[in-house]
Design a binder for this molecule. Structure first.
Ligand code: AMP
Ligand code: GLY
Length: 416
């Protein structure tokens, strides 16, 4: 199978790595990719937001499967452009991607499908915001209605800060605070059949002990030794399948990766948010542990034949990924700093250095080009070993001013 991955980030590097190791895959292409992806795929300088250009590339290369990684091209309809040219594409239509593109739309679908989620008010004016904040009380949760790369949400007990965030955003969703641990559960779907992956956990806050601002994600691990045994079955039955069914009922079937961000609250499991694509960095750990053909799974979803593919298999053991972020990420990331030690870290047993925001400068040096620069992903017999390996890799990498969390998977490792 010839494959083409669209995007530039860590998630796309992790997917390209998995495809490159998949026996059924003969070619991996990426557009535009990054210097890490270049080691496992042929790169093409095509704008991921330009649907016509992506479709042209897919047709010219004669690929059997296009995988659109990030949300922005999905919400812009890039998957539709590829499918219109007769090429199988993993990723929802523009209309179905609104499950991520609009938090208000996602709430409507959840209400119709009776999916448990936080109570919420859509607010367009300062008066509506004030009323909603006071109705729920602290801690306050204020979300930008549109796409914000994981940074549109403020959770705070400071009412002034909540009001200020709402004023910056315009249209916002104000919702009840959900307590309890968070889980990311991904499902691959063709619009009818739903195939859940193994649960993972992401670390959203910038600093250790869940302090500091929200980020796109500072690290992840899988599996979750502390999670209830019936979590996957329960969420598939009460969240994933009803949502997929409701999207089909509306005439906008959802095909691709349905990402449920969940809170396991004292009152039961609630959806925090849906995303319409693989999560980053959870994908890094899932791709490190998957032990069946990823290309076959995604192709089955893209061609409406997922019922014939079967469940993915997972290696025993665990995987941990630790994100190395640039100076002052997420507020105002500094870019252009040289990165060294990547090859040494990559050579460690069980370790892959996954590039997210890197580029080669004019002198061929690897430099940072984004907030989340790379993540060190490691597999191990258990979470302890995977953690040790990931942090050994991080220790070999130098990037001036960079920071990373030191507690990724630390609590979970103690219970496994
Ligand atoms: P989202 O972009 O909706 O996933 O929100 C980003 C992060 O904000 C989540 O991973 C949670 O840590 C936090 N968050 C979002 N909504 C809530 C909520 N209703 N209650 C508590 N925390 C939340
Ligand atoms: N890991 C969070 C996200 O991908 O949105």
């Amino acid at each position: 199978m010839k494959t083409l991955v669209i995007g530039t980030g860590g998630r796309e590097h992790a997917l390209a790595l998995a495809l490159s190791r998949d026996p059924v895959v003969t070619e991996v292409h990426a557009a535009p990719g990054n210097p890490g992806i270049a080691a496992v795929a042929t790169l093409h300088a095509v704008d991921p937001m330009d649907g016509a250009a992506v479709a042209d590339l897919a047709v010219t290369l004669g690929v059997d499967l296009v995988v659109v990684g990030p949300e922005a091209p999905l919400v812009a309809g890039v998957a539709d452009a590829v499918r219109d040219r007769g090429v199988a594409c993993f990723g929802p239509s523009r209309e179905a991607a609104e499950l991520e593109g609009s938090k208000a739309f996602a709430k409507q679908v959840m209400a119709a499908a009776e999916v448990p989620t936080a109570m919420a008010h859509l607010c367009e004016t300062p008066d509506e915001v004030a009323a909603a904040l006071d109705a729920f009380g602290p801690p306050y949760v204020v979300k930008d209605d549109g796409l914000a790369a994981g940074k549109g949400v403020v959770v705070t007990s400071d009412r002034d800060e909540a009001v200020a965030h709402a004023a910056r955003c315009g249209r916002v969703v104000v919702e009840e605070f959900l307590d309890g641990p968070e889980v990311s559960l991904f499902a691959v779907t063709d619009g009818t059949t739903v195939v859940p992956l193994q649960p993972a956990q992401d670390f959203k806050r910038a600093l250790d002990d869940d302090a500091g601002p929200n980020t796109g994600g500072m690290g992840a691990y899988t599996p979750l030794p502390w999670a209830p045994d019936d979590l996957v079955a329960d969420v598939t039955r009460r969240v994933l399948q009803p949502t997929v069914d409701e999207m089909a009922r509306r005439g906008t079937p959802f095909q691709g990766l349905l990402y449920a961000g969940l809170a396991l609250t004292s009152r039961g499991t609630r959806v925090i948010e849906f995303n319409a694509r693989f999560g980053d960095p959870e994908t890094q750990v899932l791709m490190a542990l998957v032990d069946s053909s990823v290309a076959t799974l995604l192709h089955g979803a893209a061609t409406g034949t997922l019922d014939r593919v079967g469940l993915p298999r997972w290696r025993r053991g665990a995987a941990v990924t630790v994100v190395v972020a640039s100076k002052d990420y997420p507020a105002s990331p500094r870019t252009g700093d040289e990165i060294t030690g990547v090859a040494d870290a990559d050579a460690l047993e069980g370790v892959d250095v996954v590039h997210a925001g890197t580029r080669l400068d004019d002198d061929g040096r690897l430099v940072s080009s984004g907030g989340r620069v790379l993540s060190v992903t490691a597999r191990g017999d258990d979470l302890d070993q995977a953690r040790e390996r990931a942090y050994a890799g991080v220790a070999l990498i130098t990037l001036d001013g960079s920071h990373h969390r030191t507690d990724i998977a630390a609590r979970a490792a103690t219970v496994s």
